[in-house]
Design a protein around this ligand. Structure first.
Ligand code: G3H
Ligand code: ZN
Length: 289
């Protein structure tokens, strides 16, 4: 059931586990996420990017997620969140329609502009008791990316500066902070990038819950250590896309005569549900509903 996100994230921070924030853009992904949360008795965050909103439209997506959360997921706490809102208008639209949380991502702007936009978003959100996430430092890549196209980049230049993070949170009054500690959006074999020393330092200076973006492809040990070192929310998108595609390929290959979209897509929905269940177990949010 939809609840204020504060209830979900504050408990995770206090009890030292992480809540998964999973991206959706359609019915099948939403069902997979909420069914997994219900089965595992876990809190969960269902999030939509700007491009998901463009694909399905805000009213449809918001209505579908809240309906599924309040029926299929009625026994577990669920929050709906805007992921990577790059401009103020989408942030305002999501606040107005009733999201529980919005991500004002002005991380590509200069520091002063990021502070100004994040503070403005926080003020708008707080009037409606909505939490606001901001981002400091750059998280490269793109959800769904499986090959690194960035060449040799100096990640150090893009990572969150701990002292700047402290100043940023004081000035903006945001509720959660997306940090750049080495992860990249997408899933890349053999890439283990979390800088745990940096993460620990940020967590020691910043009191609000920290969010790890680009969670797909990380191994269990990295997740657990990141949670131990201060992460309370972990964003996952590409892992679900990969599970969807793999199951869809098999489904079409094995039953070429199927023409009912529900039957063709059912194995993909089940595969995504399993993936969410796996993440919930690793993040430690099982039985925390
Ligand atoms: O904002 C969404 C995420 O950070 C997802 O990243 O595709 O690497 O799981 P991912
Ligand atoms: Zn992200």
């Amino acid at each position: 059931m939809i609840v204020p996100i504060k209830q979900i994230i504050s408990k995770a921070k206090q009890k030292k586990y992480a809540v998964g924030a999973f991206n959706t853009s359609n019915l099948e992904i939403t069902l997979a996420i909420v069914r997994a949360a219900a089965k595992m008795r876990s809190p969960v965050i269902v999030q939509t990017s700007e491009s998901a909103i463009k694909y399905s439209n805000l009213e449809t997506l918001f209505g579908m997620i809240t309906n599924i959360a309040n029926t299929v997921g009625k026994k577990v706490p669920i929050a709906i969140h805007l992921d990577h809102g790059k401009n103020m208008s989408v942030v305002k639209d999501c606040i107005n329609i009733g999201y529980n949380s919005v991500h004002m991502d002005a991380s590509e702007k200069d520091y002063a502009t990021n502070v100004r936009m994040s503070r403005q978003a926080a003020q708008l959100g707080h009037r409606k008791k909505i939490w606001v996430q901001a981002e400091l430092g750059s998280i490269l890549g793109k959800e769904g990316m499986v090959k690194l196209e960035t060449g040799e980049i100096n990640m150090k230049d893009l990572m969150t500066d701990p002292y700047q993070a402290q100043d940023f949170v004081e000035k903006t009054k945001v509720d959660t902070l997306a940090v750049s500690v080495g992860t990249i959006h997408g899933s890349f074999k053999g890439v283990e990038r979390v800088d745990h020393r940096l993460l620990k330092k940020i967590a020691s200076l910043v009191n609000i819950p920290l969010v790890l973006h680009g969670g797909s492809g990380l191994n269990t040990g990295t997740f657990k250590k990141s949670i131990k070192n201060g992460i309370s929310v972990i964003n996952i998108d590409t892992n679900l896309r990969l599970a969807f595609k793999k199951a869809l390929k098999n489904s079409i290959k094995e039953s070429e005569d199927l023409i009912d979209p529900r039957k063709i897509l059912n194995p993909s929905t089940e595969a995504m549900q399993k993936e969410v269940e796996k993440m919930i177990k690793i993040f430690g949010s099982q039985n925390k509903a």
